[in-house]
Design a protein around this ligand. Structure first.
Ligand SMILES: [Zn+2]
Length: 243
């Protein structure tokens, strides 16, 4: 089960992470996780273009490798790009070294200061290791979860949830994934129409690449001591679980 609004306690515990943007101006920060993939990502791009909107795409490295043309399209449309690990790892179930290496593998493909942990699950140790590897890395969570990935959620209900909870400065999570598409396809155009009618603007999260190449190299050096077969095995198990 998931919560549409992030619980206050969780926000307090993880105060280092970003949950929403300052509510100063009437902007909404739409985010799309798990792409880039054919059909779904281009659909999202088309809807965004209709409203002259910018958004943020938290990409899975493996999908960037498989669909470089779709990734190029996202970039050339001027959207912000974020890291979502290479294999969609669950931080709670993953050894720190593997988690960091998997995340840095994606960093080499997109160079961004924006990161979102898959499932929103990350250990404090992983937060600090990543901060060491990439000073300036922003951990982007959300304050509105659309629930578009929930196959039992009625699209109309999904739309109502999203409209009810979004306010100025909200960071809203959608998924450009095949699983979410039946709901996303219904909700996104309607939600954007409603928000635009209320005078909201749509912005990408502020991104600039303040990567520290030296510390990434240093960290990679430390991690290479772990045997590659061991890493591969753990990654495979995680992938099986995800797929
Ligand atoms: Zn994800």
């Amino acid at each position: 089960m998931y919560l549409v609004k992030s619980p206050r306690l969780l926000k307090k515990l993880y105060s280092k992470l970003t949950w929403h943007m300052p509510p100063g101006k009437p902007s909404i920060f739409l985010t799309f996780d798990d792409g880039p993939i054919p059909i779904v990502t281009p659909f999202v791009l088309k809807i965004l273009k209709r409203h002259n909107a910018k958004a943020t795409f938290f990409c899975i490295g493996d999908n960037i490798s498989k669909h470089p043309d779709v990734f190029e399209q996202v970039k050339s449309d001027g959207h912000a790009i974020g890291n979502h690990t290479y294999n969609h790892l669950n931080g709670w179930k993953t050894e720190d070294k593997i988690y960091i290496e998997n995340t840095l593998k994606t960093d080499s493909l997109l160079h961004t200061n924006l990161f979102r942990p898959p499932y929103g699950r990350i250990k404090r140790s992983q937060v600090s290791l990543l901060q060491k590897a990439k000073p300036g890395l922003q951990f982007i969570m959300w304050d509105v979860l659309s629930g578009d990935f929930d196959i039992n959620l009625d699209p109309e209900k999904c739309l109502k949830n999203v409209l009810k909870h979004t306010r100025p400065g909200s960071v809203v999570v959608f998924h450009d994934s095949l699983k979410a598409f039946p709901r996303l396809e219904y909700v996104l155009p309607r939600a954007m129409e409603a928000w635009a009618g209320k005078g909201y603007a749509f912005e990408g999260l502020p991104s600039n690449d303040e990567k520290s190449t030296t510390s990434i190299k240093k960290l990679k050096g430390q991690m290479s001591k772990q045997s590659p077969t061991e890493i591969d095995k753990q990654l495979k198990d995680l992938r099986d679980e995800w797929e």
